[in-house]
Design a protein around this ligand. Structure first.
Ligand code: FES
Length: 165
């Protein structure tokens, strides 16, 4: 039996709408996933442009770097909206990246993958196949405190960001 084009489009539209509705009800933390803590990173006024601040998130086995870029960037926090943070573990094989203030990039010393902290940790070049996981930050103007609140992307060596592999 032939299905008219109009009936097909109508049916597929309804299916898409139900998928979208289902996605909207999906919890932000997947079942079985570990909720991540809020961890103090430091006071915004202590940050200097181009000088990364080391911390660990979400636990002591996960080094991370926060850096003040020097101009407002998407997802940046602090009074100037220019402080961002990323996992320090390169997603290729887990070597610790460092911040190149001149190029304003994170660079891996092992196989030279390069990531852009001004564009959500986007991979610029190298052996890695995904972006550098971003540590989401929150800023409290009252206390000037910056806190890590979550991770966008999967930290190297983990099944989920709350559990070591
Ligand atoms: S471990 Fe970073 S590029 Fe290979």
């Amino acid at each position: 039996m032939a299905v008219s084009r109009l009936r097909f489009l109508s049916a597929s539209g309804a299916a898409t709408a139900s998928l979208v509705a289902g996605a909207a009800q999906t919890p932000t933390i997947a079942e079985g996933a570990t909720a991540l803590p809020r961890v103090a990173v430091g006071k915004a006024k202590a940050f200097q442009v181009g000088k990364p601040v080391a911390f660990h998130y979400p636990d002591a086995q996960a080094p991370a770097l926060a850096v003040k870029i020097g101009h407002k960037v998407d997802g940046g926090v602090g009074p100037e909206g220019d402080i961002v943070a990323y996992s320090q573990l390169c997603v290729h094989r887990g070597c610790p990246v460092s911040y190149n203030a001149g190029a304003r990039t994170f660079v891996c010393p092992c196989h030279y993958s390069v990531y852009d902290p001004e564009r959500s940790g986007q991979l610029v070049i190298g052996h890695a196949t995904t972006n550098l996981p971003r540590i989401t930050l929150a800023y409290d103007p009252g206390s000037d405190e910056i806190r890590a609140t979550g991770v966008q992307g999967l930290i190297f060596g983990r099944f989920d960001n709350g559990k070591l592999s």
